[in-house]
Design a binder for this molecule. Structure first.
Ligand code: FE2
Length: 345
């Protein structure tokens, strides 16, 4: 079901080209950064397996590019160790790991900071993240960045989709932008409240933000009065479809990408700039697709993704709604907006 038609080709100003001064400064240190189309960038010449972390100015330049273009992919000619991957994860954002996930028995040394994913349950946790989301929506700060280390890509493919949330916001019709700016989502497990439109702390870009597998309620600040209401089931279903549609439309309109990994790829995303989801092929069986093993890391957020309009950072979603009637769904995947699709955190 599609509620909105986003067929226009977007001339977006939200996705900036690689900054030339930064690219030249990086090149002088032997680091090459090349744009991926339409979002993201590839970085070569920086060895994630080296002992020392790169100088601060190099990390800052790469972090800014990540904020603008959504993600950077490091190409490595040789396998990376778990420690290499986790050390490099700490180059960004809050500069330390913040791990809240389960640990699969096949995780190397049972490292609690590795979220091991696979399409074979003997090798990793299957079926994770099948719908658009950002990681850590149950935290006030969310995660600043996430890392993906492709240990073993499946022969038949199955990567990750990334969507630029600033460009997705720009693609919305103006009346819908105004509506979205009045909304805040409530996480279904922790009750964390986040604005549906926020300003990125590094790029200054306004972007959409919603979790399609862990949202228990959406609160609307009513337009002409100091009052709040909950979206009802029809409205929330429409909102989730609209979000899904507009991020999917970026695959055609130049602000989303279906990224396919090569072995040893290490991708870091700015978790406030891009939404992501597993490609449908990523969850096909190992017999069908080939074995896929990926390690994910998550980095502590820097500052709260705080709601507007005086709303608190947390609401008790396990208790009764303070806003009257509407969807107020505690636990698990939250509000189920489409019965025909897989949902799993
Ligand atoms: Fe995720």
């Amino acid at each position: 079901m599609s509620y909105t038609n986003f067929t226009t080709n977007i001339e977006t100003s939200a996705i900036e080209a690689i900054n030339i001064d930064r690219a030249q400064a990086l090149a002088r240190t032997g680091v090459d950064i090349t744009p991926l189309a339409p979002i993201g960038a590839v970085v070569r010449g920086l060895d994630l397996a080296s002992e020392a972390s790169p100088p601060e100015d190099i990390l800052r330049m790469l972090e800014l590019e990540m904020a603008q273009r959504g993600f950077i992919a490091f190409k490595s000619p040789r396998p990376l160790s778990v420690d290499d991957f986790l050390s490099a994860s700490c180059w960004w954002g809050g500069r330390e790991l913040h791990s809240t996930h389960g640990v699969h028995p096949a995780t190397p040394q049972g490292n609690p900071h590795v979220f091991r994913l696979s399409n074979d349950p003997r090798h990793g946790i299957p079926g994770v993240g099948p719908q658009w989301h950002n990681d850590g929506s149950f935290n006030d700060t969310t995660f600043s960045h996430s890392g993906y280390h492709m240990v073993r890509p499946a022969e038949q493919g199955g990567g990750t989709w990334f969507a630029h949330q600033g460009a997705a916001y720009e693609a919305l019709p103006k009346p819908r932008q105004e509506f979205w700016r009045r909304l805040s989502s409530v996480n279904s497990t922790s009750g964390a409240v986040h604005p549906a439109v926020h300003t990125h702390p590094l790029s200054g870009q306004q972007g959409l933000w919603l979790h399609l597998g862990m949202t228990g309620a959406v609160i609307e600040k009513q337009a002409n009065e100091q009052a709040f209401r909950l979206l009802d089931a029809d409205e929330l279903r429409q909102l989730c479809h609209e979000y899904n549609d507009i991020l999917n439309a970026g695959l055609e309109n130049g602000y989303s990408v279906a990224y396919e990994y090569e072995a040893n790829d290490c991708v870091f995303i700015d978790n406030l700039a891009v939404a992501h989801r597993a490609a449908p092929q990523a969850h096909l069986s190992a017999e069908q697709q080939g074995l896929r093993i990926m390690h994910r890391s998550t980095v502590r957020g820097v500052s709260p993704l705080a709601p507007d309009y005086g709303l608190p950072q947390y609401l008790d979603i396990s208790d009764r709604s303070p806003f009257g009637e509407g969807v107020w769904q505690f636990g698990g995947i939250g509000f189920r907006w489409d019965d025909s699709i897989p949902m799993q955190n």
